[in-house]
Design a protein around this ligand. Structure first.
Ligand SMILES: Cc1cc2nc3c(=O)[nH]c(=O)nc-3n(C[C@H](O)[C@H](O)[C@H](O)COP(=O)(O)OP(=O)(O)OC[C@H]3O[C@@H](n4cnc5c(N)ncnc54)[C@H](O)[C@@H]3O)c2cc1C
Length: 493
């Protein structure tokens, strides 16, 4: 069987599913994407509400630098992304501290000059790691021995990769300590805030290697996406259709049918059935398990990686353009004076561009604010009573607006529209079990999930598989999946 005879069904139109689908459709495979809701993008969608176009979750475009995963994907598919490089990726604010995070790291080095050697090492590591991840070496490695062998293989192609070995079992905290930065509370809070929004955990737990890549984000650049981040998903869906594939909205898959270790097709809530030679599940493992009759104790469910922890509480705000411009930057990260990050004590605020067509009514901006939150208390409140759930929503709204107002004093007066989303909302709109979003906490290089599902012709794609969350992350993971589909098909199942 060749790719052109392989009927590929993709469950979900998140960026991972769409990127894999677009690459496969571009190679001539018949691709059908089934999406539960009425628009593509999942966590990186843009939705319409009362004259605004709000980014649902992701807001910062990254990976669009020359040779970056998004840049290469666009070139391969013939897509010109509607992006504009931002001079400042985001601004970090903590009490009186305000740092513009940009390619130069100038503000960070000026405030923390003793961190120079740390950043130099971080830049070298992340350069090597991106080369390895995009250079076709098959990750995840399953052991230190695997890693050594992978790195040995990589040495010819990527000189210097053995430098990674000493970092393979360290946490970011160990790495900070090695540079004498572990006791600098202000620096550590800054680093923790960067790690929480990228690798979903703080320096005490984050793997040093994952942290090296994550901390590179502002240096490799951030891009504003005209029309909202959902344009990326729309363009990928368009590419699939241009190459003869189909992206069907309002088709929630409710069951995946299999015979022994072979998936044969999927069924949707509308009563349709789709036969499949290959299924790509753009789902979290837990959400996928709910569509399968997987017995408890199945190897697929015995996760090695740490279980996901976080969901997000969001505010979608319509705000007066003039009253809310934070120094002209599009993204603002604010941490509270002290205490653990998340749960309204650290927020990420993203503003649409003033005058950007279609994002907000005249003179207003579409603003997305997010904070990490643990899902269980939300579901518990929701199950107990509607009143309790609404009260919790209202309390979080106040908490988030208080922190925002601590750095943008006029914010409350500038609000013209307000809506909030909780883990319960995330579960409803993305199908992600318990509203877990943002990917798994990247605590170890070895405890990561690959695309395998235990079914010969079904693979996972999206931010649950290595290298994890973010647009460039899921696109890199999708490339690996496409490679495996190619091998599976040419293997003549
Ligand atoms: C608050 C927040 C902020 C973020 N910020 C950034 C950022 O600034 N930059 C960045 O690069 N990344 C960011 N991320 C991460 C990024 O958005 C995600 O890692 C990425 O978009 C996940 O893509 P995915 O392929 O895993 O698919 P998902 O986004 O999980 O999409 C899955 C899709 O599958 C559909 N689906 C689910 N179940 C079914 C079913 N049964 N049948 C049919 N369809 C189904 C869903 O409706 C959804 O459309 C952020 C994430 C969050 C939550």
């Amino acid at each position: 069987m060749g790719l052109s005879d392989c009927n590929i069904v993709i469950v979900g139109s998140g960026i991972g599913g769409l990127a894999a689908g677009a690459l496969l459709a571009g190679k001539g495979a018949p691709v059908t994407v089934l999406e539960a809701v009425g628009y593509p993008g999942g966590c990186a969608a843009t939705f319409s509400e009362k004259g605004y176009r709000f980014d649902a979750g992701a807001t910062v475009g990254c990976g669009f630098h020359a040779g970056g995963p998004m840049d290469e994907l666009g070139r391969e598919l013939g897509i010109v992304w509607p992006v504009e490089a931002l001079p400042v990726a985001w601004q970090y604010r903590h009490d009186q501290l305000s740092l513009d995070l940009d390619r130069s790291k100038a503000a960070v080095l000026e405030r923390f000059p003793h961190s120079y050697a740390f950043w130099k090492e971080q830049a070298e590591l992340s350069r090597l790691l991106w080369k390895l991840a995009s250079g076709g070496l098959s990750w995840p490695p399953r052991s230190l021995a695997d890693l050594s062998s992978l790195l040995r293989k990589g040495v010819t192609g990527f000189p210097g990769t053995t430098r990674l070995l000493p970092f393979a079992t360290k946490t970011a905290g160990d790495w900070l300590d090695a540079h004498g930065l572990g006791n600098d509370g202000e620096f550590q809070r800054f680093i923790d805030a960067q790690l929480l929004i990228s690798v979903q955990t703080t320096s005490r737990h984050a793997s040093a290697i994952n942290a090296a890549i994550a901390l590179d984000l502002p240096s490799s650049g951030a891009w504003h996406i005209h029309g909202g981040i959902g344009r990326i998903a729309e363009l990928l869906a368009g590419s699939i259709e241009k190459n003869g594939g189909a992206v069907l909205f309002g088709e929630r898959v409710i069951r995946i049918d299999s015979v022994r270790r072979q998936v044969v097709g999927v069924e949707t809530a509308s009563g349709s059935a789709f036969a499949a030679d290959m299924v790509l599940a753009n789902l979290t493992p837990d959400s996928l398990a709910l569509l399968l009759d997987i017995p408890a104790g199945s190897p697929f469910l015995q996760q090695k990686e740490p279980p996901p922890e976080w969901s997000a509480f969001m505010l979608y705000l319509g705000m007066d353009a003039g009253a809310s411009d934070p120094d002209g930057v599009r993204h603002l990260q604010i941490t509270g004076h002290s205490g653990d990050l998340g749960e309204g004590n650290s927020i990420f605020v993203s503003f649409s561009s003033p005058g950007e067509t279609g994002r907000a009514p005249e003179g207003l901006l579409a603003v997305t604010v997010s904070t990490h939150t643990l899902p269980e208390p939300w579901f518990a409140a929701h199950e107990r009573s509607r009143a309790e759930y609404l009260q919790r929503k209202s309390d979080y709204t106040v908490r988030v607006l208080d922190l925002m107002a601590s750095q943008l004093p006029g914010v409350r007066d500038a609000i013209r529209f307000l809506d909030a989303a909780t883990p319960v909302t995330w579960q409803r709109y993305t199908g992600r079990h318990r509203g877990f979003v943002g990917g798994y906490p990247q605590t170890s290089l070895f405890d990561v999930r690959g695309p395998a599902t235990g079914f010969d012709n079904m693979l996972l794609v999206g931010d649950s598989i290595f290298p994890g969350q973010s647009l460039p992350g899921v696109v890199t993971g999708a490339r690996r999946v496409v490679e495996l589909v190619g091998k599976n098909v040419s293997g003549g199942r």
